[in-house]
Design a protein around this ligand. Structure first.
Ligand code: NAP
Length: 300
C-alpha cells in the first residue's frame, strides 16, 4: 500500500474504466498493490472477475466515477476515448485526475485536456509501452505529461504496472507523440522481420539461423518476443489484435500527415492489415501480418 505522505493516499477512490487486454492488466496490478478500485467495462462480463480481486464492479460509467479522486481509462481508440470522456466528465468532482492510458492522436489529447480544464478537472496523458503480460509483471513503461502536481500524485499508481514512468512535463501531446514513435518503430520491425523470414525460407536458408541472428540485431526483449512469434507462427496468443494494429496504422498515417510528414512505411503496412482483416485473421495477434507476407510470397 502507498504511504499517506506522498502521492495517492490509501483512502483515495480510484476508478478504472476499460478492462480490455491492457486496461485489465493495469487494473489487476492496481488491485494487487492493495488499492480499492471501482471498475467498469462496457461489456459487463469482462468486469466480473475483478470482484474476486476486491474491486467494486460498477454497472455504469456514472456510478463508477461517483466520488472518484483518480480515474484511469484504457479504451481502444480516439473515438472510444471521446465517447467515454463525454459520459464521465459531467460526473467528476472538481480537481479529479483522469489518467488516459490509450494510444491516441496528439490532437485528441490536446482537445481532451482543454475539455477537462473547462470542467475543472485534470487530464494526464499517460500511454503505455508494453504488452499485457509485461504489464502484469509491472514491467511496462509509461510516458506521461500534464499538470505537474497531478502527475506527481498519480505516478506512484502508474508504478504499479510500469517499472519506468517517464514524466515529459506539461506539454500534453508529448507522451502520445513519443508513443506513436515507439509503436511505429515496432510495427515496422514486424513487417521487416516477416519479410526477412519469407526471403530466407524461399532462398533455402535455415530460418532458425535468421531467428538467432535477428536476436543479436534486435536486443530488446519485446522485439525478440515478436521475432519468435513470427518464427514459430504463433499468432493465437494475442498481445494486440489485428484490428488494434489496423487502428494504430491509421493513427500513424493521420498523426504524420497532420504535421506534413509522409509515413510511407505505414502506407505499405496498412495494406497488409487490410488483407489480414479481409482474409479472416481478425482475432489473431497483430504480428499475423507475417502470414500476409508469406501468402504474397507463395509460402504456405
Ligand atoms: N494490447 C497491447 O499490446 C497494447 C500495448 C500498448 C498500448 N495499447 C493501447 O491500449 C489501448 C487498449 O488496447 P487493448 O489491447 O487493451 O484493446 P482491447 O483488448 O480490444 O480492449 C479495448 C477496450 O476498449 C473498450 N471500448 C472500445 N470501444 C469502446 C467504447 N466506444 N466505449 C467504451 N469502451 C470501449 C472495450 O470495451 P468492450 O470490452 O466492451 O469491447 C475494451 O475494454 C489502445 O489504445 C491500445 O492502442 C495496447
Amino acid at each position: 500500500m502507498l504511504s499517506d505522505g506522498l502521492g495517492v493516499k490509501s483512502m483515495d477512490k480510484i476508478t478504472y474504466i476499460g478492462l480490455g487486454k491492457m486496461g485489465g492488466a493495469m487494473a489487476e496490478r492496481l488491485c494487487q498493490a492493495g488499492h480499492k478500485l471501482t471498475v467498469y467495462n462496457r461489456t459487463h462480463a469482462k468486469a466480473q472477475s475483478f470482484a474476486k480481486l476486491g474491486a467494486m464492479v460498477a454497472g455504469s460509467i456514472e456510478s463508477a466515477v461517483e466520488g472518484a479522486d483518480v480515474v484511469f481509462t484504457s479504451v481502444i481508440d480516439d473515438q472510444a476515448l471521446e465517447e467515454v470522456t463525454a459520459l464521465l466528465l459531467p460526473h467528476l468532482k472538481k480537481g479529479v485526475i483522469h489518467v488516459s492510458t490509450s494510444t491516441v492522436l496528439p490532437k485528441t489529447a490536446e482537445k481532451l485536456a482543454k475539455l477537462h480544464k473547462e470542467a475543472g478537472v485534470i487530464y494526464v496523458a499517460a500511454p503505455v509501452l508494453g504488452v499485457p503480460d509485461v504489464v502484469k509483471k509491472g514491467e511496462a513503461m509509461s510516458f506521461c505529461a500534464g499538470e505537474q502536481g497531478a502527475v506527481d500524485k498519480v505516478s506512484p499508481l502508474m508504478r504499479c504496472y510500469a517499472e519506468s514512468v517517464m514524466n515529459l512535463g506539461e506539454q500534453i501531446t508529448d507522451p502520445v507523440v513519443l508513443k506513436i514513435c515507439m509503436n511505429y518503430s515496432v510495427i515496422a520491425a514486424l513487417e521487416l522481420i516477416s519479410e526477412l523470414f519469407a526471403f530466407a525460407e524461399k532462398s533455402g536458408l535455415d530460418t532458425a539461423i535468421v531467428q538467432e541472428s535477428l536476436h543479436h540485431i534486435y536486443a530488446h526483449p519485446g522485439v525478440r518476443h515478436y521475432i519468435d512469434k513470427i518464427y514459430t507462427r504463433d499468432f493465437d496468443k494475442v498481445n494486440f489484435d489485428v484490428t488494434g494494429g489496423d487502428k494504430d496504422v491509421h493513427l500513424f498515417q493521420k498523426a504524420f500527415t497532420d504535421v506534413g510528414v509522409t509515413p510511407d512505411i505505414a502506407h505499405a503496412i496498412g495494406d497488409k492489415f487490410t488483407q489480414a482483416i479481409a482474409t479472416g485473421l481478425v482475432g489473431k495477434d497483430w504480428s499475423v501480418i507475417s502470414e500476409v507476407v508469406r501468402a504474397r510470397s507463395g509460402l504456405k
